[in-house]
Design a protein around this ligand. Sequence first.
Ligand code: ADP
Ligand code: MG
Length: 339
Amino acid sequence: MPNIQVLDQVTIDKIAAGEVIERPASIVKELVENAIDAKATAITVEIKDGGISLIRIADNGCGIPKEEVPLAFLRHSTSKIRSVEDLTGIASLGFRGEALSSIAAIAQVELRTKVKEADAGIQYRIEGGSEKSLEEIGMPDGTTFFVRQIFFNTPARRKFLKTPMTEASHVSELITRLALSHPEISFQFLTNGQPKLHTSGNGRLKDVIYHIYGRDITGNLLEINAKANGVAIRGYIGKPLISRGNRNYENYYINGRYVKSSIIAKAIEDAYKGFTMQHKYPFTVLHFTIDGTDLDVNVHPTKMEVRFSKQQEVYNFIYNTLKDALSEKELIPRVELSV
Ligand code: ADP
Ligand code: MG
């Protein structure tokens, strides 16, 4: 057997990238979450060839100061936490400091960024983990990332990418979820130069739902607004008649983060039992606000999985709230009385 050696940084980052970056949509997710954390009010996402040849993400957020630009691309570098204690009650979407180093390890990245206080912006290039250039440029406040040729240096992974059309549909689905998660941010999405989505950012969730799903769905929603024991639920659920043949329309967010939770999914589906036929799944867009101390988001590198400390309480509250809303009499078609 060969002797034991510690891997070099580029190899470490390439391996780690495998956990976070699976396809163009993973890059879009990480970069849009960074834009949200940077308090952007407008975010533009443009992709070419499903994001395989180009992903451009522009935001009007706080920007990165010049001296911190190269730091941001180091593994485990973050401005969002300082110690493990900060993980409890985490308010930002990111905190692991892995995204930029992972993306830079497997693609050609160009960053343009400017903070309000600076006169000029910075253009920084990094490819396959090695720095190419850092120069001053004129630009408005905010940050733009260009990510080109993903997996150019890991051909084995590039082979696993699907067709540009399939990759584009993954990105599109993700943008939909992100737009629904932050109605107060204006999202613009373009693929191959064609505009696909543009939300206003006026803060009204129902307007975003209308924009994405249209009139038939928006006309058949029940509003949810309830709060108990440190958990709040706000949003909309579909009347049983607009239930679907798959789970793609079960949207829910915890503290602004799109997540998957078997507890939440079960509570939602159980509440609909008796209202919908078997193998039909509800339409929901629900925002949960849960006290960070009752929540663990650090379960997996993609941060998609969460754990609750009070599982049963969370289940009961969701189940009861939705069941009550569905049981309200308005669901029974009203007979118009004419005199
Ligand atoms: P994390 O989001 O977990 O902190 P990332 O690797 O995604 O780690 O980003 C590293 C750091 O770069 C962030 O903590 C943040 O300070 C900075 N950053 C990244 N993207 C942006 C952006 N769009 N606007 C402002 N700062 C950003
Ligand atoms: Mg991040």
